[in-house]
Write a protein that binds this ligand. Sequence first.
Ligand SMILES: Cc1ncc(COP(=O)(O)O)c(C=O)c1O
Length: 503
Amino acid sequence: MYVRRSRAELPGVQLYRGIRDAILDGTLAPQSRLPSTRDLARSEGIARNTALRVYEQLFDDGFLVRHRGAGNFVAPQLPEHLAVERLPASGAAPPPVGPPRLSRRGTRLAPLALVSWAPALPKVAVDFRYGPTAFADESLQTWRQYLSRAVRETTPALLDYGAPAGLPELRAAVAEYLTRARAVECRPEQIIIVHGSQQALALAGEVLLDPGDRVLIEEPGYPGAALSFLAAGATLIPGCVGPAGLDVRTLGNSIRRVRLAYVTPSHQFPTGVIMPLAERQALLAWAERTGAWIFEDDYDSEFRFGVPPVESLQGLDPERVVYAGTFSKVLFPSLRLGYLAVPPALVAPFHAAKALADTGTGGLEQRTLTSFIRDGHFDRHVRRVRARNSERRDTLVEALHERVADRVEVLGANAGLHVMLRLRNVPLEREAELIASAERAGVRVYSPVLFYQAPRQRPEAELVLGYGSLDPDQIRSGIARLSRVLREFERPLRAPRRTRERG
Ligand SMILES: Cc1ncc(COP(=O)(O)O)c(C=O)c1O
């Protein structure tokens, strides 16, 4: 009996599956004879037509053969693609399932989980999450209009593949913006539109690194970069970030034979340090001497508060620096648009890598962004969010000053959309406990633990606070709550040495 009278499946489907599975698991041996369609219909209690259609399908799929005048038989040999599907005979143990056979790269990739999206956490009164921006109000309204217009004006020609390196008008607009705002030295041909900085990092790994190559990264630093280089098979060399960022002059022999150095000189992630000119020059001189490439990740330099603009590192050595920027911070992350400005000598391999990765970035968003920039909305938006973020940043700094002043060291408040706090009187071992307590008090703050490759050396707990999506009232309320929680955890970290009691 093959048909089980389940309401979920039609009798024909059940019959087909039943006979097929019986053939695959050997219950129906090769060349065994099957009943006529009339007998089958009777025994299964189905219409004869259904039995006929099922046999036809089984013939077509290679499970059955017909011998003229003699009837229907199981095929002597199953087609190869079906033989692999052979099921174990009923009752027999299934064959052992081992780990899938992966390439070396696939094996490396599996444990490298980059978490850039936030899983849905319970709502708290104030969430200092780093990442979301304040792309709202007027700009969002304009963006919607531009996006709808781009949809309305779409023609069949615009639905075709585009240039893998990006829409020429957008590459020209980005080159113009970078030259004007970031002192990047580049022509439109050097610009490649990518799916955010993350793709820029992946392409750099492909074009510039071989497995085993050494890559200098910042410690602490951006995990998206570290993971991308690990995926390329590189060995990471973490260089400690000091008050002047990464200073190659202090790294000695550890940076011998380095192929590539990854830096965020305009606003180090996560400490927020701005790399001074002397350290920039030392880095470039070292790269020149050793032949290393430099990857400059300029992810949020549109936001700079009360400090003079720093020019890009790329502008100082356009032949050696691969420059990457993103619209994730200044516009919004789900746009997945960013750009590379590569040295002239690297244009061809980077173009090839981008073309092979995805044959290019989506046309609709590129066209929307091009018009948004061309009509002056991008510049207006940057001015607006810079002013808004500046107010948020001032509120945060003021609130910290009022509530926790000398108990906390504030790092990186001159730029970007986040600050890092060193809690002078809370030991590192209690960081997780403090974060859990803060959560219970309605304020979510974040540990920078994922930004370190090695165990932290400093004794004090640290926090990262993003403020780009919080309004001033929320910021004040969040710091008030955090300050109350801090009190429960504080004790002098370097307790005076006990003098032995004389007895
Ligand atoms: C240092 C750094 N680089 C780049 C990015 C942005 O990456 P993407 O452009 O892929 O969104 C981030 C985002 O958090 C970042 O912190």
